[in-house]
Design a protein around this ligand. Structure first.
Ligand code: B12
Length: 468
């Protein structure tokens, strides 16, 4: 059987917001996960429109398309194309789960929720000649799940080819998160077996990893055991975590010893009223500043994520948030405009209040205000969002933020990292367009390794002297 798997994208040709750097970051791990359920004699290919031009001239038996909200229209166009060519088209992913009726109009079969139980069930039915129309995930487990077929991914087209997930979902339930609808009807937080996760990590080439888990530390016992198992593997990695986890010294010490180099944290807002209104209770009464300081003390960088446009936000929120992040010495920040994704409690609330202003899914990219904000105009919200990026990544801000750190080596690393990441984005874009990522990324790893060794060599005598 010929199976074609596609991750469509709102591409450069269609959107002025297409950012090659951002979208060349991670390969389509979800599709590689599904491919692992196919027997070796099936012919399977994975194409990711974020990094390559799709070949739509082939004639597969089954087409699998992963649908996100901003790629939904493109996904439906590709689906219609392949249905017209006689393929059996399967649509799944976050957006299909939130709006099944919309997606069903373009599919032979739709899948709701994670695919580990539904996809093999469909394959059995399809081979038996009686595929269903809708498969809804109910049995949620990653124990014994096959390892994603990464050999189908074009590693050299990505900045971080070694992405991995060892858990799904999150123990919390914030109102704006996709989790409520995606994991409806079953467990919404579960992990792999520690030894299976470690075996997958061992199998990855290179040194750097990125855990794409929504909350790697959601189960501290699992995370602790994973960290202990990774100790001594020589890996360096980044992940997403919470303020709560960053303030857990036992867990963070073990994470740092296992090679944690940076943590993406959803601070979301500096206002406790906003946190309460969004049901993000686990951030309440916790010191953000202390969480950041502890990570810095462990040598880990912080990517702080903030959301603008919550009901308690006024026009001053942009300046306050950016200044605060700079004062804390945060290395990178990600800003978003609050986006009510269909299926979330936030969307239900805003729809009930009549505040949703558009259902053009292309605009649901966290850069556009798709609802009426309470504390400012739409224009102010959008302008403030862009202004926050501009102000946070000015050279003056980068230097001020780096100066918040006590040691010279940490200051240098801050400037080098933030500069190389944000200021050099046009250069990265050129590298990506010239298809040179596969050459440049390993080279950078070597240069960064040499840089780290040089700093250690310089710091060793200084440490000796300070002890004397
Ligand atoms: C990595 C990632 C990306 C990466 C790469 C995508 C990729 N390679 O898969 C990049 C950086 C490109 C990206 C971009 C964006 N992303 Co993104 N991304 C993620 C993230 C963090 C992890 C995805 C992942 O790898 N999960 C692990 C794998 C194993 O699971 P999975 O991909 O979900 O696949 C499983 C199921 O979904 C299902 N499945 C999926 N498709 C199909 C199809 C079939 C037929 C079947 C049977 C099953 C099935 O089976 C798989 C196995 O269980 C998710 C958050 C999350 N946890 O899902 C957000 C997420 C998917 N992204 C999101 C968004 C909003 C975006 C952006 C709009 C952000 C932006 N402002 O630009 C862009 C859109 C890009 C575009 N051009 O349109 C939202 C989507 C919301 C929505 N309602 O659609 C999410 C949920 C995060 C959030 N904010 O809540 N993203």
């Amino acid at each position: 059987m010929k199976v074609k798997m596609i991750l469509p994208a709102l591409t450069e040709a269609k959107s002025p917001f297409f950012r090659p750097v951002k979208y060349s970051m991670f390969p389509p791990l979800g599709l590689a996960t599904l491919a692992a359920y196919l027997p070796p004699d099936d012919e399977v290919t994975i194409q990711d429109e974020h990094v390559e031009t799709l070949d739509l001239s082939d004639e597969p038996d089954v087409v699998v398309i992963q649908v996100y909200i901003t790629s939904a229209y493109r996904a439906y166009a590709i689906a219609d194309h392949y249905r017209a060519r006689g393929a059996h088209v399967c649509l799944g992913g976050v957006h299909v789960t939130s709006l099944p009726d919309e997606a069903a109009a373009h599919a032979d079969t739709i899948f709701l929720g994670p695919g580990e139980d539904t996809w093999p069930a469909f394959l059995r039915d399809f081979r038996a000649g009686r595929p269903g129309r809708v498969y809804r995930s109910r049995e949620r487990t990653l124990i014994g799940a096959p390892t994603p077929r990464r050999e189908l991914l074009k590693r050299n087209l990505y900045l971080v080819p070694n992405s991995i997930v060892v858990s799904r979902g999150c123990p919390h339930a914030c109102d704006f998160c996709y989790k409520t609808s995606f994991f409806a009807g079953g467990r919404s937080f579960y992990t792999r077996a520690v030894d299976e996760a470690l075996a997958e990590i061992e199998s990855l080439p290179g040194r750097h990893l990125y855990f794409l888990d929504d909350n790697l530390f959601g189960d501290p016992r699992f995370a602790g055991a994973l960290m202990d198992g990774m100790r001594g593997m020589g890996r360096v990695w980044s992940a997403g975590g919470t303020v709560q986890a960053a303030l857990d010294p036992r867990l963070m010490d073990r994470a740092a010893a296992a090679g944690m180099r940076s943590l993406f944290i959803g601070f979301e807002t500096l206002s406790e009223d906003n946190l309460r209104a969004q049901n993000k209770h686990h951030n309440l009464h916790r010191s953000y500043a202390e969480a950041i300081a502890r990570l810095h003390d462990l040598g880990a960088m912080v990517n702080a994520s903030f959301v603008f446009g919550m009901d308690g936000d006024d026009e001053g929120v942009f300046g306050r948030t950016v200044s605060w992040a700079i004062e804390q010495g945060v290395e990178t920040a990600t800003f978003h405009i609050l986006t009510p994704y269909p299926g979330t409690p936030l969307h239900a609330r805003m729809a009930a209040q009549g505040r949703i202003t558009t259902s053009d899914w292309d605009l649901y990219d966290t850069r556009h205000a798709v609802f009426e904000p309470a504390g400012m105009s739409t224009e102010t919200l959008e302008a403030g969002y862009w202004g926050a990026y501009r102000d946070f990544y000015r050279w003056g801000s980068i230097l001020r933020s780096a100066a918040a750190k006590p040691e010279l080596s940490a200051q240098l690393r801050h400037v080098a990292y933030t500069g190389a990441w944000k200021k050099a984005e046009p250069l990265w874009d050129a590298i990506i367009r010239a298809r040179l990522l596969g050459v440049v990324v390993p080279l950078m790893e070597r240069v960064m390794g040499a840089g780290r060794r040089a700093v250690r060599t310089l710091e060793a005598p200084a440490a000796e002297m300070s002890r004397a």
